[in-house]
Design a binder for this molecule. Sequence first.
Ligand code: FES
Length: 570
Amino acid sequence: MKSSLRSSEWFGRTGKDGFIYRAWMKNQGIPDFEFNNKPVIGICNTWSELTPCNAHFRELAESVKRGIYEAGGFPVEFPVMSLGETLIKPTAMLYRNLVSMDVEESIRANPLDGVVLLCGCDKTTPSLVMGACSVNIPTIVVSGGPMLTGRHNGTAIGTSDLWRFHDQLKEEKITQEEMLAFEASMCRSRGHCAVMGTASSMACMVEALGISLPGNAAIPAADARRKVLAQLSGMRIVQMVKEDVKLSDILIRKAFENSIMVNAAIGGSSNFVIHLLAIAGRIGVPLSLDDFDRHSLSIPMIANLQPSGKYFMEDFYYAGGLPAVLKELKKFLHTDIMTVNGKTIGENCAVSESCNREVIATIASPFNPTSGIVVLKGNICPEGAVMKPSAATPALLKHTGKAIVFEDIDDYKKKIDDPQLDIDENSILVLKNVGPRGYPGMPEVGNMGLPRKLLEKGITDMVRISDGRMSGTGFGTVILHVSPEAATGGTFAVIETGDIINLDVVKRILSVDLTEGEITKRKSGLKPFSGIEERGYVQLYQKHVEQASEGADLDFLKGSSGSQVTKDSH
Ligand code: FES
């Protein structure tokens, strides 16, 4: 049990300092006894009408507050920059690290004993967890929950269908009016994307890591039980402060390994890799790209969810949610890992069971024996590149083809539908300069659309390689996160149209048929990267961002500065 509260450094003081700290809180109509000598719990809220996936978070925060009051704590809600995947330009990923700084400094600078992180849309989860890790006070995550499944003309639809609609519109198989009808039917309730995209993968990640209550990942946002979970989380964080359970007590190496195995079993997003690496870097757990391959190798995919499978997050919840997956994975997981509710992962899923084997299958009879993230190496990507084989076309997992190179996204847009483009289904699309530094911010353009003339021939997939990312809702034989990225002047930067590229997923190889001499010659002719912004955050980002293979955090943000405030101006 903790003997003194961090917040007493503010509210417990006498004289002028205590007067200032308390008096201004009282303008909110709060009497002394509310915050005097009680755990003060921050509710870090990413509510924003510009982040539609998180637009219900004020209501969710009220449920958290009820729980905090009930357990004898004092809640204080505070805003941080919110990242809505759909509206923010050029890409929400550019600001993930900025938000993590906002979160870190907001927690440390204020009289908080514990914090509840309200997370939903893709980047709002890793950014908040990263920031909180760099302070390391008692912390619990409450996710906003997925949307209800979209419905149109009796068909279930979700975000992954957007890519299909786009191709169908391009091929004139559907009309613009039909496209608008899909648009009106897909996002029919509060919550984040209803498939196992990045937001759902992040919600599963926090539950698998043990930093949310069991069941957090899948309860739909519109289901009343989401509010119950929020209230219970509010109650629990007060206890965590009393027990002094910090993030570093839970986020140990084995918890990260569990999370990798779970991401494989659920067919989670490729973005999971980059975010988990960044979180590990903040909490000080050594984790490498190779760990993702190693720990997911023997895990089959047991969740039959879009984009790799058929069903939606709503179905996943009704089938038993993440606890049912954890139960199924028991023989692989480190079941003795402690979680925020004071119980181990093994205890939390002891009585869980899948009640729909179509949605959550067994290890013995999985939905897909192929799962996880594979890490490819070779002269194109000496520090690694990733791909999600479950979302790929099996026949393309071993493939040799001629590169069709796009120097950047504008080049791609200009050429891809040019009838003169010399391309066939065996070609390999290569998109450069969409990496962390080069774009900047590493946008989700890696699953670039196929040329119209091949779509018209009925081609649905090709090998695509880039230094960018792919939406967690995307699919295809897509190789992402090539490190080092083109903007650093590595081999990826010198690939030219017509070069022969070899992909062998079983052997984990991605290489280009060029001699060392030719690569060196081409590198010597490269112009140095000149796209650094002249001012502002983007310049800071470009100068300090690390490669995707390390988590794309800013180099000076790695690690923790703790919760201590050493200077005091009052
Ligand atoms: Fe917010 Fe998909 S756009 S989770």
